[in-house]
Design a protein around this ligand. Structure first.
Ligand code: AP5
Length: 209
């Protein structure tokens, strides 16, 4: 099954995509993770996108589309994949239609006050990408990764000003994708407000799994 996860920053797309990808045995392809790895490794791509990401803006379409098109050619996508954070603009969605066939777009819905709480309390183990929340999903020892004991960090774009910008960018550039996929008749909607296990159960039901 080829899936697109849509929804505002902090709705829980990454949390649910990690879990579903594991269960289905398909890759979780997060453009945000790919860009963050490039920044961490100081590659040419990383140097190009670092400032854009920290401010909460979007990486140019051309660059992002080419990266996803290449990624989907890899053999691990043969049984399906979950695209998390792509497409994020109408031109990205139109380009995707040219090189992939998407079975469902899953829209995660959550109100803004809750998004801000989730983003400002998120903590991440940078080497693995494991994600925690100081209140909703705390690590066993505060500030430390459960598996390695290494320190957790706050993403630079989870600072207040960047969060505000990301939410605005979402409304302007990504929210129009809801109509785009609704018009195709391939969209399912999931209430992202309940606890993670309950959101996951709704997601599976919505996908008929
Ligand atoms: P990206 O990494 O895609 O960030 P995002 O879309 O802003 O999404 P997040 O990762 O912030 O949120 P999420 O919905 O995955 O939530 P999570 O599961 O972590 O993109 C980052 C940047 O990269 C962009 O700003 C842009 O610059 C660039 N970029 C990426 N893709 C691009 C593209 N296609 N085009 C152009 N630029 C692009 O959950 C959040 C928190 O809530 C966590 O702490 C989690 O533990 C907690 N939580 C999750 N679920 C629940 C629950 N049910 N109840 C309570 N807490 C929960």
């Amino acid at each position: 099954m080829n899936l697109v996860f849509l929804g505002p920053p902090g709705a829980g797309k990454g949390t649910m995509a990690t879990r579903l990808a594991d269960d289905l045995g398909v890759p979780h392809i997060s453009t945000g993770d790919i860009f963050r790895a490039a920044v961490a490794n100081a590659t040419e791509l990383g140097k190009q996108v670092k400032a854009i990401m920290e401010s909460g803006g979007l990486v140019p379409d051309e660059l992002t589309i080419a990266l996803v098109e290449e990624r989907l050619k890899e053999s691990d996508t043969a049984k399906g994949y979950i695209l998390d954070g792509f497409p994020r603009t109408i031109p990205q969605a139109e380009a995707l239609d040219g090189f992939a066939s998407i079975d469902h777009a899953v829209r995660f819905v959550l109100e803004e006050a809750e998004l801000i709480k989730r983003l400002s309390g998120r903590r991440v183990h940078k080497p693995s990408g494991r994600t925690y929340h100081v209140e909703f999903n705390p690590p066993k020892v505060a500030g430390k990764d459960d598996l390695t004991g290494e320190p957790l960090i706050q993403r630079p774009d989870d600072q207040e000003e960047s969060i505000r910008n990301r939410l605005e960018v979402y409304e302007e550039q990504t929210a129009p994708l809801v109509s785009y996929y609704a018009d195709k008749g391939t969209m399912v909607t999931v209430d992202a407000a309940p606890k993670p296990d309950d959101v996951y159960a709704s997601l599976k039901t919505a996908l008929g799994l």
